[in-house]
Design a protein around this ligand. Structure first.
Ligand code: CTP
Ligand code: MG
Length: 225
């Protein structure tokens, strides 16, 4: 499933960021194509804002494997809404993969690695990248308290892949407890399920601010897809 119901406030464009044109196609079209090209993916449920008028204009919107649903106020609500539809399509033991519309540069090889790792882990897996900078913990005044050991730190990417029933229950449980669910792994952690990690490529950036647009475009045109 693809959460695509955000408006891209930090990027600040006049349309939701997932519809900005990158290397000749809307950002989300690249994202959908990366998923649809994989023959292990049976369907792609996309969560969009109820007021979204652009989703139907995408070439991939006519693919019969693509199903559009309405998302919610927060990303986690959008994911949960889409998982209801995913659940109607399959069995609770099926695997579901969640991938942000805002990560259009996912290479085929990374998706294959994630799927293989998740299946062999039995409980699920996420793509992660290393932390390059020295990490500082600060207090409320912004003064450094400590240097955090970055060797033990990872940046979480999407896609993230879990058994459908376990993920749905974990997100519902975490939201009911008002736990901040910023990615699927955080809900799995909250519910006490192990999450395996797989090295994700540097190019798999989340387009968040305006500077990221040119970088994503560069990755889309120069790296192997
Ligand atoms: N998303 C969603 N539903 C929401 C909020 C976000 O489906 N209520 C999606 C976004 O469309 C995006 C992904 O979750 O594909 C990651 O979120 P983020 O990068 O934060 O996108 P936005 O929320 O659109 O950006 P911002 O936070 O800057 O407004
Ligand atoms: Mg957001």
């Amino acid at each position: 499933m693809v959460p695509a119901a955000g408006t891209g406030v930090r990027l600040g464009a006049d349309i939701p960021k997932q519809y900005l044109t990158l290397a000749g196609l809307p950002m989300i079209e690249h994202t959908l194509r990366a998923l649809l090209a994989n023959d292990q993916i049976r369907a792609v449920v996309v969560a969009v804002d109820p007021a979204d008028t652009l989703i139907d204009t995408l070439p991939s919107a006519t693919d019969r494997r693509v199903i559009i649903v309405h998302g919610g106020q927060e990303r986690s609500h959008s994911v949960l809404a889409a998982l209801d539809t995913v659940a109607e399509l399959g069995k609770s033991g099926d695997w579901v993969l969640v991938h942000d519309a805002a990560r259009p540069c996912l290479p085929r090889s990374a998706l294959d690695r994630l799927i293989a790792a998740a299946r062999s882990s039995n409980t699920g897996s996420i793509l992660v990248s290393p932390v390059d900078d020295t990490l500082k913990q600060v207090n409320a005044e912004g003064e450094v308290i400590a240097t955090v050991d970055r060797e033990a730190m990872r940046r979480a990417q999407t896609p993230q892949m879990f058994p459908l029933g376990v993920l749905r229950a974990s997100i519902a449980e975490a939201l009911a407890a008002h736990y901040s669910v910023t990615d699927e792994a955080s809900a799995m952690e909250f519910a006490g399920h192990p999450v395996a990690t797989v090295p994700g490529p540097r190019c798999n950036i989340k387009v968040t601010v305006a500077e990221d647009v040119a970088l994503a475009e560069w990755y889309l045109t120069t790296t192997e897809r």
